[in-house]
Design a protein around this ligand. Structure first.
Ligand SMILES: NC(=O)N[C@H]1NC(=O)NC1=O
Length: 175
């Protein structure tokens, strides 16, 4: 990132509104997370910030968890093609090399993404930066597509937490 990261002290000095703007996309296209978590200002540590967002995601009801997952773009999908991904997601795609896939791999993932979406009603979500390679992502979707819907909702939210953690660490200096 081109800007310097916030220290914990600076983070704690943000107004609620500034906090909403700064952390508005740590959960993809779900600014409600930052609004809810700003109520916990000030934070004792960066880990406490991460834990607050984790707890927020965990306590959501099934309907809202589903909505959170539906806010994520398909990996290597249409939004990548049309350059409409969020800045964060664009970076994550690049980290896992998803912006440079060969046509054959791309088609494989598109077919699996479609099957996954048809089965669960939300997109396949995985922390691309952690998976880091296309093979790991392909492996993930191939295995997880056999899960039960309840299980997959929780697994997806677990991945949203990992994405959220790494996005927070792009914004805030580790203490
Ligand atoms: N579908 C999906 O997992 N998308 C996300 N994963 C990630 O690391 N960034 C995203 O936008």
């Amino acid at each position: 990132m081109w800007f310097s990261k916030l220290t914990l002290e600076l983070l704690n000095s943000l107004s609620a509104k500034e906090f909403h703007t700064t952390f508005g996309n740590v959960v993809e296209c779900h600014p409600e997370a930052a609004v809810a978590c700003s109520k916990k200002l000030p934070f004792a540590s960066v880990d406490a910030v991460i834990a607050t967002f984790d707890d927020y995601l965990q306590q959501l009801n099934v309907e809202t968890k589903t909505r959170v997952l539906r806010s994520f773009p398909d990996l290597a999908g249409k939004l990548l093609d049309s350059h409409q991904l969020t800045e964060e997601s664009t970076y994550e795609h690049a980290c896992a090399g998803l912006d440079k896939l060969m046509a054959e791999d791309r088609d494989k993932l598109t077919t699996l993404n479609r099957k996954y979406q048809d089965k669960f009603g939300f997109p396949f979500v995985i922390c691309a930066r952690e998976a880091s390679r296309f093979e790991a992502i392909l492996n993930g979707i191939t295995t997880r597509i056999h899960n039960l819907p309840e299980q997959e909702l929780e697994t997806g939210i677990g991945e949203a937490k990992k994405i959220c953690r790494l996005r927070i660490l792009e914004l805030v200096e580790r203490d």
